[in-house]
Design a protein around this ligand. Structure first.
Ligand code: NAD
Length: 471
């Protein structure tokens, strides 16, 4: 059993003042695997104090010093890749192929930030003004359970590259990953207080970060409901706030496309990260006159998608992170049935070969209307909706008829047409015939998928404030 009794403040591992113990589970077995002692408000205050003390000196460090810090941090996290992969599988249940990618990503974002910083000019001239990009101050960084290690490292990398210091509040459900990453980052030997990691509840530690006068910036990734709460809480002190929130991404399968290639890719986009992905392509939009062919292909393809033991390299859909999440996804499947959608694959209950754990059958509903609850709300599980359109204008209208706008996918052999459609979709990223990631391009949402952008130069500037000096 894991026992995690430490948080990280001012360059030291310390026992939290908070005394609450929080159980950790292996979602593939539903069995407890350990406990973490959670930080409380007093711990959050101590972490903010340390970050505030470290800020004046750190904010003035030369760019080369911070580049070197980021490179050491990258090497340290890359050095624990195997351990991090196992932690991700054990406490989150990501299938091994995904977990390996996630662990590599946690390291690579640090190197990406070092490269961006290397090339970034903090001073520019505009007319008679010298414009200086100045670090904002202490940043509060809040992460979700579905990509905890990656967001700890990605948000921290951007904050430190800018010259900010940080207090990180990781997801309380991801304590193993946080422990591995914290120990690695400590090895990188940054000055005390530059980053602090306090795992506690959102309503306690998270609430302090979103209201404390000494926090200048909050970068949050998580649900839209909590994001709105943080925005309201931060308004009192006018915090700069970046929000990376939920999604209900459309996959536009155009009439010209080869369905035998498009449908497997659409399913991969929908079931990625076991469906627990903000960018999952959960609404598959297909030409009405090809529905029968689409349905046949989906039934065939889903039969070959393995849900089960995340350690098995053949598995592509792992368990839901918690019993609560499992129940939530099951409720949506039931709702889809009750709303009259046609169940094409999957359905309620556990997959046949699973007797324990929080597994969901990879589920696809067809003949869904865009007004049904399963097409409107973020389910955050392997549950997809096929929606028909009669022409491209309608496909576009359906794609944009959502409160979200994080990502969209277009599958077409007509690249010019796909680009024209991409320009009309309200989403922060549009992927044409690919599931690739570009780590230096801005990432973030339109509408209720968020505010601001992460990664690359846009992500760096989210931690900077322009100042014009005229003489
Ligand atoms: P969540 O909103 O429940 O929690 C996210 C984090 O916020 C956790 O650390 C939690 O402890 C904290 N929190 C909770 N209440 C808080 C409060 N009142 N004040 C401050 N912090 C608080 O989200 P989750 O369930 O961990 O993650 C799933 C959600 O994250 C999904 O909606 C998903 O779409 C979203 N997500 C978005 C992106 C993106 O980049 N857009 C990426 C991954 C996940």
């Amino acid at each position: 059993m894991h026992q995690i009794n430490e948080i990280y403040i001012n360059g030291q591992f310390v026992t939290p003042h908070g005394e609450e113990l929080f159980d950790l589970f292996n979602p593939a077995t539903a069995q407890p695997i350990g406990q973490i002692r959670l930080a409380d408000e007093q711990d959050a205050h101590a972490a903010i104090k340390a970050a505030k003390q470290a800020f004046p000196e750190f904010s003035r460090t030369p760019k080369a010093t911070r580049v070197a810090h980021l490179k050491r941090m990258h090497a340290a996290v890359a050095g624990v890749e195997a351990e991090l992969t196992q932690a991700i599988i054990e406490e989150y249940g990501a299938p091994v192929s995904r977990a390996v990618w996630m662990a590599k990503h946690a390291a690579s974002v640090l190197l990406d930030a070092a490269r961006v910083l290397q090339d970034y000019d903090f001073t520019r001239r505009i007319g008679i003004a010298e414009v200086i990009m100045q670090p904002l101050g202490v940043a509060g960084l809040i992460t979700p359970w579905n990509s905890n290690a990656g967001f700890i490292c990605g948000k921290l990398a951007a904050a430190l590259a800018a010259g900010c210091t940080a207090v990180i509040k990781p997801s309380e459900m991801s304590a193993l990953q946080t422990s591995v990453v914290t120990r690695a980052l400590h090895q990188a030997g940054l000055p005390a207080g530059v980053f602090n990691i306090v795992t506690g509840r959102g309503e306690t530690v998270g609430a302090v970060l979103s209201t404390h006068a000494d926090i200048a910036k909050v970068s949050f990734t998580g649900s839209t409901a909590v994001g709105k709460h943080i925005l309201r809480a931060g308004a009192e002190t006018l915090k700069r706030i970046t929000l990376e929130l939920g999604g209900k991404s459309p996959v536009l399968v155009l009439d010209d496309t080869d369905l035998k290639k498009a449908i497997p890719m659409a399913l991969q986009a929908g079931f990625m990260n076991s469906g627990q992905a903000c960018i999952a392509g959960t609404r598959i939009l297909v030409p009405a006159h090809r529905l029968a062919e689409v349905e046949r292909l989906i039934i065939k393809e889903v039969a070959n998608i393995r849900a089960g033991d995340p350690q098995d390299p053949n598995t592509s859909v792992g368990p839901m992170v918690s019993l609560k999440q499992w129940q939530r996804v099951q409720a949506y499947i039931q709702m889809g049935i009750e709303e009259g959608a046609h169940l094409l694959a999957g359905g309620p209950g556990l997959p046949d070969e699973c007797t324990a754990g929080w597994f969901i059958k990879p589920t696809v509903f067809s003949r869904v209307t865009n007004q049904m609850t399963i097409a409107r709300e973020e389910i955050f599980g392997p549950v997809l909706s096929v929606i028909t359109y009669k022409d491209e204008a309608e496909a576009l209208a359906i794609a944009n008829d959502t409160p979200y706008g994080l990502q969209a996918y277009i599958l077409s052999t007509d690249v010019k047409k796909a680009h024209t459609l991409a320009s009309q979709i309200d989403a922060g990223r549009v992927l044409i015939n690919t599931l690739a990631h570009e780590p230096l391009a801005p990432f973030g949402g339109f509408k209720q998928s968020g505010i601001g952008r992460e990664y690359g130069t846009f992500g760096l500037e989210a931690f900077l404030e322009p100042k014009s000096i005229l003489s």
